[in-house]
Design a binder for this molecule. Structure first.
Ligand SMILES: [Zn+2]
Ligand SMILES: [Zn+2]
Length: 425
């Protein structure tokens, strides 16, 4: 990546086709992220690897998000270029800056290979990330959330200077007006390294004012707390882990571009439906009679309150674990009118013990149902005792046989979050 917007092909970066599905993109990203994770390469390759890792992560952050991907597909990286009205910050910033700001990656140090010796620009205040819980119903229909956020804003009275109107700037003597100080931090026997820290005397402002000279409104703190009405748009079909960015709505700090307020959607577990991607699944509970003779009724109430009616014909037997698929009754896609599918997993409610009382009823039922196959021939037979509530997972347990696999945790490969993405948190 050389920083020229025109040259950045995010698809090529991830090695996928333009028509790649979200899943393909995710897979490609995970593969590359593992390959290039800076923690997983030798020291001499680290810088190169860090650059590559960032680049693919940035590409993934755009392509994983339907909206951002659409923006990118239509406008290219210009969509994310603030000098053309695409993002936060002033003109003249390059893609690396924009991306690092958009995705809160500013803290990872300089972008090797992408910096081209740019002068240091005013820093940007940190992004604020928080989880936002949503129900599956809300994700199905989409939701607008209005809320009042309390945030730090630059004091309007002193415009962030912290001083009264007529008071001249007074450079802090501790940091000589720099707002930061160099300190030596020991890190081994007889060793110390230079570190730059925020000046605590002037709280990083570079100016120090006596109490009588301080701004009355913010008491010299340069920022004040303010309530602001904000709106969060959750698109229908949004996914667990989707990020909704309210640009520039994080706490403000003087002389800094405010960071973004970023919400991560957290899908709450649902009592009835399980969601994977755009598809939904739920149990189809039928009685034994229904399984054998068919039925015509509402089997489940959908997320929008509609009853889903199934007409299962007489003459076809439903079996436990059988799966019916209802096309187009899954979750809506974010774009277009398409929906995923609904999978109905057949669960048969067998009657309780003793539900048939008389011998005649038993005989009548037996006659209705198919007879058993021919008896098993054996020279000798034994009448045995048994229990009728055993657990097959216990078969072979604690006997040292490698074929026993019960109780073992399966590797969860598909966790969506975490994994190689941890570096972006
Ligand atoms: Zn100072
Ligand atoms: Zn003030």
């Amino acid at each position: 990546m050389d920083g020229k917007e025109e040259d950045v092909d995010l698809y090529a970066l991830l090695g996928v086709d333009k028509s790649a599905s979200p899943n393909d993109i995710k897979k490609a990203y995970r593969k590359l992220a593992l390959l290039h994770h800076p923690d997983k390469v030798s020291e001499d390759k680290r810088v190169e690897s860090e650059a590559k890792f960032k680049a693919i992560t940035q590409a993934y952050e755009i392509l994983r998000d339907d909206e951002k991907r659409e923006l990118y597909d239509t406008h290219g990286m210009a969509a994310f270029d603030p000098s053309r009205g695409g993002g936060p910050g002033g003109p003249g910033m390059d893609m690396n800056d924009i991306l690092s700001q958009m995705f809160g990656m500013g803290g990872m140090g300089g972008m090797p290979g992408g910096g081209r010796g740019m002068p240091r620009r005013p820093r940007r205040s940190p992004d604020e990330e928080q989880a936002y819980k949503v129900t599956l119903e809300e994700l199905y229909k989409g939701k607008t959330v209005k809320f009042a956020a309390e945030k730090q804003v630059v004091c309007s009275q002193c415009k962030g200077s912290g001083a009264k109107e007529k008071v001249a700037p007074n450079p802090c003597e501790k940091c000589r007006g720099q707002g930061v100080r160099e300190i030596l931090r020991p890190f081994g026997p007889g060793l110390a390294r230079q570190e730059i820290i925020r000046c605590d005397h002037c709280e990083g402002s570079g100016n120090y004012y006596k109490e009588k000279d301080r701004c009355k409104k913010c008491k010299g703190k340069r920022t004040v707390k303010e309530k602001k009405a904000l709106e969060l748009y959750i698109d229908r079909g949004s996914m667990q882990g989707d990020r909704i960015v309210l640009q520039g709505e994080a706490d403000q700090l003087p002389d800094q571009t405010p960071g973004d307020l970023i919400f991560h959607l957290v899908e709450e577990p649902h009592d009835v439906f399980t969601r994977i991607g755009h598809d939904l699944s739920t149990d189809l509970n039928v009685t034994l009679a229904e399984a054998l003779t068919g039925f015509s009724r509402v089997v489940v109430k959908h997320l929008d309150g509609r009853g889903i009616h199934i007409n299962y014909p007489r003459g076809k037997v439903l079996r436990p674990g059988q799966v019916l698929k209802v096309e187009g009754e899954g979750m809506p896609h974010k774009r277009g009118e398409a929906k995923g599918d609904l999978y109905l997993v057949v669960k048969i409610e067998f009657p309780k013990d003793g539900w048939l009382e008389s011998d005649d009823d038993h005989e009548a039922l037996k006659k209705l149902l198919p007879p058993p196959g021919p008896p098993i021939a054996a020279d000798e037979t034994d009448d045995v005792e048994f229990t009728d509530d055993a657990d097959i997972e216990e078969m072979g347990a604690h006997q040292g046989d490698p074929r026993y696999s019960g109780g073992e945790w399966e590797e969860d490969e598909d966790d969506g979050e975490g994994g190689p993405q941890c570096a972006t948190q």
